[in-house]
Design a protein around this ligand. Structure first.
Ligand code: NAP
Length: 253
């Protein structure tokens, strides 16, 4: 008997988990993406794309597709889908497992200012013109239009359309991982004096945090949103172990 697993993805870990599960005959795995990225990287399992229509839509999908395990491997800041996932799994009466990278911890010489959202980040930048590196998703960028005195360097996977209504903005299209040395070189070359970012955790985007520490640059960091209290692991290895444990229970071993 195969067990149908739905992975809510959009992260490196979700793709790695799909890779690890793809070769296992006892599982039938589907990965779900929000559909925001124009050319997502290839995945080794069937992919479905786009929202489900809230918690209810997701619960219906889980029932229709006879999913027996839901793995929420979305980004730690994707709070809405995680809340929906917890609710939908309960409604469908199936097991849910969260895969969440632990946040980065403040190190000596880090100059972090913690904020709750983009508006608070704008306030933290202050009134005087600064050179700001915005390492944020497109959804959070609009708030910076209220602070046109700064010049912005904006890095994203897809083009920012329409561009921000500010006089000084430079756009860089790139997909991580980003190494510390390259980040340091970029921060120096562009004379950046503040970075605005999320505390994503993991190695792929830590380069800018380490580089900022070495250069004494302020990092305005979004606090992590509250997430539902579901059983959660921090690594792909731990997810595989938890899935094997769940499978053994299902089989009554
Ligand atoms: P969000 O605010 O929590 O979700 C908004 C809506 O998008 C959800 O209600 C859901 O629509 C849909 N959605 C989100 N993730 C989905 C998924 N994996 N599959 C199907 N539908 C999904 O999420 P977000 O912050 O916009 O993030 C969207 C995607 O980008 C996620 O997959 C996340 O892992 C990835 N991502 C996010 C960030 C970030 O900083 N937020 C960074 C890197 C990657 P319905 O209610 O209609 O189902």
């Amino acid at each position: 008997m195969t067990h149908r697993i739905l992975i809510l993805g959009g992260t490196t870990e979700a793709r790695q988990l799909a890779e690890r599960l793809a070769g296992r005959a006892e599982f039938d795995v589907t990965l779900s993406l929000a559909g925001r990225t124009a050319n997502p990287v290839d995945h080794p399992v069937p992919v479905r794309s786009g929202g489900f229509g809230g918690a209810e839509g997701l619960a219906n999908y889980l029932k229709e597709q006879e999913i027996s395990l839901l793995v929420d491997a979305t980004h730690p800041y994707a709070a809405r889908i995680s809340a929906n996932a917890a609710q939908a799994a309960e409604e469908a009466g199936i097991k849910i497992l969260g895969l969440r990278r632990p946040p980065w911890r403040r190190q000596p010489y880090d100059r972090w200012t913690l904020v709750t959202d983009a508006q608070a980040a704008v306030a933290a930048l202050g009134p005087h013109p600064r050179k700001v590196f915005l390492a944020l998703g497109r959804q959070e960028l609009a708030a910076f239009e209220t602070a046109p005195q700064h010049s912005y360097l904006i890095r994203s996977v897809d083009p920012v359309e329409p561009p921000l209504a500010v006089p000084n903005a430079t756009y860089v299209l790139a997909r991580g991982p980003f190494a510390e040395d390259a980040e340091k070189a970029m921060l120096v070359e562009r004379r950046i004096d503040a970075i605005v970012a999320k505390n994503s955790g993991g190695a792929a985007t830590y380069g800018k945090i380490a580089a900022a520490r070495a250069l004494g640059i302020e990092v305005i960091l979004f606090r992590r949103p509250a997430l539902p209290p579901v059983a959660t692991v921090e690594t792909v290895d731990a997810t595989i172990a938890a899935i094997d444990h769940w499978l053994a229970n299902e089989r009554g071993v």
